[in-house]
Design a protein around this ligand. Structure first.
Ligand code: CP3
Length: 354
């Protein structure tokens, strides 16, 4: 079926568009009262992920409110470690936790590579249900975490500030960590290819914690494995390219290396000027980003001013997918997200003439 709105895919291919496409990281979530209601109906977050109809419902909720140019699968990056048997749970107010974190070489050797249509079949069912219900309105983005980012949660046992356990393994027993990262990379390749087979029209890899590494360690422990993933992905489906976006938060100093993996787009947080980013890599890849999500606390006029600045920074032509530089905060007024999305469409038109 022909997509009714393919601006997002066209911008990733750096083909002409009528205006700059936009979506928001974590666009389905707790800042929306309708999300909170559906989550309450499901019971808890993982039950919501595992119910294809409810996961589809929360995926579509932000699209009903805002003129977004893409939908993103409602799921989480921690589905893979959960499927590996680590026992994911969420402690109220504390974020994700694992009952059985990875602590030793024996733990690394004991975990298997999940079969995407078995242990992760609920994710593929959600993809199929969402694709059907989107009815060709906008493309569906699939996603996964990067091996390094997933390994931080698996080894630290949850969220972390200093990452001492995984860094201890990286520097004291590098071969063990490499075995783990390799298993995760293989799992991610199978998982994303299964999402593509189930109907995802684009995929994104979230490397939330690559930016806590030194340049050399980033290359060795994070980027190398994202490169392996890019090499292993299905790049065409339904007669169309399936673009892959790599996003390393705090990775602005490594844009050239990220672009050199062969990905289609690089995600930017807000700590880099998009004009600089375009100068450095804009002839190789598309760019996604890069407004500070906290800007959505500001009054509408300030949000519009910031959107205008970023559009001006990217300048004329295609190759930009507007987004927040990280996930939307849970206490922003929903109307401000609407101001943001409409401003991107309205203010970007002059950059796409001729
Ligand atoms: O963007 C979307 O709308 C799609 C859904 C999505 C979720 N998580 C839903 C979610 C995506 C793309 C993610 C990715 C994710 N999950 C990342 C990478 C992106 C980033 O934010 O850096 C990371 C690091 C995670 C791990 C994770 N899952 C965390 C840190 C949390 C927050 C815990 C909390 O209580 O705030 C989650 C849970 C989670 N994932 C929620 C949502 C909507 C909140 C759960 C809830 O409803 O209580």
């Amino acid at each position: 079926m022909q997509l009714k709105n393919d601006r997002y895919l066209r911008a990733l291919a750096r083909q002409p568009v009528d205006c700059t496409p936009v979506w928001m990281m974590r666009q389905a979530g707790r800042y929306l009262p309708e999300y909170k209601a559906t989550r309450a109906e499901a019971g808890d977050f993982m039950s919501l992920c595992k119910n294809a109809d409810l996961a589809c419902e929360v995926t579509l909720q932000p699209l009903r409110r805002y003129a977004l140019d893409a939908a993103i699968l409602f799921s989480d990056i921690l589905t893979i470690p959960d499927a590996m048997g680590l026992g994911l749970y969420f402690e109220a107010g504390e974020g994700p936790k694992f009952e059985r974190p990875i602590q030793s070489a024996a733990d690394v050797d004991a975990i298997g590579i999940p079969d995407p249509e078995q242990e992760l079949g609920y994710v593929m069912n959600a993809v199929r249900t969402i694709r059907k219900n989107l009815n060709g309105d906008v493309p569906l983005i699939g996603f996964s975490g990067s091996p390094w980012t997933l390994a931080t949660y698996m080894i630290e046992g949850g969220s972390s500030k200093a990452f001492t356990k995984i860094k201890k393994m990286a520097f004291a027993e590098p071969a063990v960590l490499h075995r783990l990262l390799d298993k995760i990379a293989d799992s991610v390749i199978l998982y994303l290819n299964a999402q593509i087979a189930a109907g995802a029209q684009s995929v994104m890899v979230f490397d939330t914690w690559g930016g806590v590494l030194s340049p050399r360690d980033y290359q060795e422990f994070s980027l190398q494995y994202m490169h392996k993933i890019v090499d292993g992905l299905t790049r065409e489906a339904e007669g169309r390219r399936v673009p892959v976006t790599l996003f390393t938060k705090n990775g602005g100093m490594w844009l050239e290396q990220i672009a050199a993996t062969g990905c289609d787009a690089v995600g930017l947080d807000w700590t880099i000027d998009i004009a600089d980013a375009k100068r450095r890599v804009g002839d190789k890849v598309a760019l996604q980003g890069n407004m500070d999500p906290s800007m959505l606390y500001a009054p509408p006029a300030r949000i519009e001013q910031e959107v205008a600045h970023i559009l001006q920074g990217f300048g004329q032509g295609s190759g930009h997918v507007f987004n927040l530089g990280h996930g939307i905060h849970l206490d922003v007024p929903p109307e401000h997200a609407g101001v943001f999305v409409d401003a991107v469409h309205r203010l970007s038109k002059p950059y796409h003439q001729g």
